[in-house]
Design a protein around this ligand. Structure first.
Ligand code: SAM
Length: 272
């Protein structure tokens, strides 16, 4: 069933308003296929009837979550963008250790964490780099708009192929092989707090040492990106770090960050 121009506009506006995800004309077929699945799930035969269901302020809320979830792209991997993870390990963590040696408290946010590879990579790096990790109060907040991926992230069970690019030393320290799967160990798991959060909304967080929001902003339009960066700026502590995906930039979005480029890895630091 072909999605008409009007239907395309209605649904893309609804999805943008809910999630900030901007569906361009080129993604029309993708939207159509996903919508058809939702229609089938509800045994509906027209996009119009489905629109009425999903836009109902009371009864459509849960379905709207499922629709947005079905449109998210969740591609991820352990230690994605290795040069940037090296900047985190070799430059950012040592600097935070110096700066926070009295307080001994670290707060990192993986915003748009997908199936958990990113927050677990962050937590592994911290545990390896903090000599006396047990004397530190470390929390990695990991959030996503997709309940489906959050559930998988919380489970922390990965295939051999997925853990392939985890350094063998890290793999031996932080995973336990159970049957054919690699299960993250409780010591790593307990550093992470998984939660549902829609980046369109206020987050209520402050004083964060670093935010990883990688390969998420690319799905937002310029206005939504700007709002997001302002919220991140407010949530970071003075001198806090912002990690974006390798195709994402703050150029033209904010001049309240300093760009740091180190051994092919990039990070932004909050300035005054
Ligand atoms: C391509 S994945 C990136 C995962 C990870 N950050 C990485 O770089 O490997 C993008 C994630 O952003 C999430 N996402 C998209 N829109 C969101 C929103 N409005 N609020 C929170 N998460 C969102 C998606 O569900 C998806 O899991």
């Amino acid at each position: 069933m072909i999605l008409t121009d009007d239907e395309f506009k209605l649904f893309s506006q609804l999805i943008y308003n809910e999630s900030g995800i901007s569906i361009k004309e080129a993604k029309r077929e993708f939207l159509q296929v996903r919508l058809q699945k939702r229609l089938q799930a509800h045994r509906l035969v027209s996009y119009y009837r489905y629109y009425k269901l999903v836009s109902d302020k009371n009864q459509g809320q849960r379905e709207l979550l499922d629709l947005v979830d079905s449109l998210t792209i969740n591609e991820t991997s352990f230690f994605r963008n290795r040069p940037q993870m090296d900047v985190f390990a070799d430059m950012v963590i040592p600097e935070l250790i110096r700066r926070k040696s009295a307080l001994k408290r670290l707060r990192i946010w993986s915003a748009g964490c997908s199936r958990g590879h990113e927050p677990y990579s962050i937590a592994m790096t911290i545990l390896k780099r903090l000599g006396d990790a047990d004397s530190w109060d470390v929390k990695v907040l990991a959030s996503d708009i997709s309940l489906r991926v959050l559930e998988l992230a919380q489970r922390g069970s990965y295939t051999e192929l997925e853990v392939e690019n985890v350094h063998p030393g890290y793999r031996d320290s932080f995973f336990k092989k159970v049957d054919n799967q690699f299960q993250v160990i409780p010591r790593l798991r307990k550093l992470i707090v998984f939660d549902y959060h829609n980046l369109k909304h206020e987050n209520g967080l402050s004083g964060l040492d670093a935010i990883f929001c990688r390969n998420v902003m690319i799905y937002f339009d310029r206005e939504e990106q700007q709002r997001l960066i302002n919220k991140f700026h407010a949530s970071l502590a003075e001198g806090g770090y912002l990690f974006l995906g390798h195709t994402e930039t703050l150029q033209g979005l904010s001049d309240k960050f300093r760009f740091i480029y180190h051994n092919k890895g990039a990070v932004y630091q909050k300035t005054g």
